[in-house]
Ligand binder design. Structure first.
Ligand code: ADP
Length: 330
């Protein structure tokens, strides 16, 4: 069994990209009996423009969304990053071994810097170091994430090696674990589905709301008329079928699409029906959980305490390895 860590920003609603790429895998690893730490990373969310008035609500809704999607706070430690100040403390120590050059080569940083031109803050630049600290505080070995995080994890391993050679302290080198769909594209069929790009289907939309989006969603770029042979392997709608539709039906759809026997409209209708089947129980649980906000707060408070106990142990070891003076038995 391994130590598992992953995080998600409370920067908007959970969408199906988060779900198929990461969160469904979080639940699976928990079900397999690994020791799992799942964190709502609000310090990370501060690097993007946001409204402080609604941050708390977003954190609570994200916690409800994660639990509805299968995270059981009895079997995984579910907590909020800002409740464990050791995240920023370790991040600082890791920064002292992280090369600027590596950070400036991170594609997520370059993308985000382009998108929020007027607000290229140091937090955005140092984001991957805080992420490394998140994982290493819990000595995480497996990190269930989408493909977009591959480069950040490579950097985290580099930081582990640099820290070892500088201070002789041994963190495990964390490995990514990708979900069933590593990188789901958005409705535009081009960019990654992402909260900040507005090209998402959220976990809580109704069948009708979803249909409004699916109806005009991009499909197979090489197909113009219904009778043209389709190419499921390059169609984003078909990619979604690979998660939501059982194999036999999916094969049948792929075969009919290749022969030009079914059109994109029908393919989308069938996807929407399968999504409803899969998501309806999640939506019911979500609505139930939100009826009791004080329970969610309690769960997060407990999770924070459990996480902090582990984090404090790690920081103590690291402070000692770095030769920091200890005046209060910290
Ligand atoms: P977003 O990109 O929507 O802001 P986060 O950065 O909070 O989402 O990512 C949370 C998790 O979901 C990460 O592990 C990330 O890799 C994964 N993820 C996000 N979008 C996708 C996607 N389109 N396909 C697969 N995984 C994704």
């Amino acid at each position: 069994m391994s130590r598992v860590f992953s995080g998600i920003q409370p920067s908007g609603e959970l969408h199906i990209g988060n779900y198929v790429g990461a969160v469904s895998e979080w639940a699976r690893l928990m079900d397999e009996g690994h020791e799992c730490y799942y964190c709502i990373v609000d310090y990370h969310a501060m690097t993007q423009p946001y409204d402080p008035e609604i941050m708390e609500k977003r954190v609570l809704e994200m916690a409800a969304g994660l639990m509805a999607a299968g995270i059981d706070p009895e079997r995984a430690v579910l907590f909020v990053q800002s409740q464990v100040p050791e995240h920023t403390e370790l991040a600082w120590m890791l920064m002292t071994v992280t090369p600027m050059g590596e950070l400036s080569r991170q594609t997520q940083y370059k993308d985000k810097a382009r998108r929020q031109e007027g607000n290229v803050n140091v937090g955005l630049f140092a984001y991957p170091v805080l992420q490394a600290a998140d994982i290493l505080l819990y000595k995480g070995e497996l990190v269930p994430v989408g493909e977009d995080q591959r480069q950040h994890l490579e950097l985290a391993r580099e930081i582990v090696r640099k820290f070892r050679s500088r201070f002789g302290y041994e963190f495990p080198e964390p490995q990514p674990r990708f979900g069933r769909i590593k990188r789901l594209k958005g409705l535009d069929g081009r960019d990654k589905m992402s909260k900040s790009l507005g090209n998402t289907i959220t976990l809580t939309e109704t069948e009708d709301q979803r249909w409004e989006k699916l109806r005009t969603a991009f499909t197979d770029p090489a197909r113009v008329r219904k009778s043209d042979p389709g190419h499921p392997e390059i169609c984003n709608i078909y990619t979604m079928h690979t998660f939501f539709t059982p194999e036999e039906e999916r094969e049948e759809i792929a075969g009919a699409c290749r022969k030009g026997e079914i059109g994109c409209f029908e393919c989308k209708k069938r996807l929407n029906a399968r999504m409803t089947e899969h998501l309806a129980p999640i939506q019911d649980r979500y609505a139930d959980l939100l009826k009791n906000i004080s329970d969610i707060r309690d769960i997060l408070r407990q999770g924070g305490k459990r996480a902090r106990a582990v984090a404090q142990e790690t920081v103590k070891e690291v402070r000692s390895a770095a030769g920091l003076i200890d005046l209060e038995g910290r």
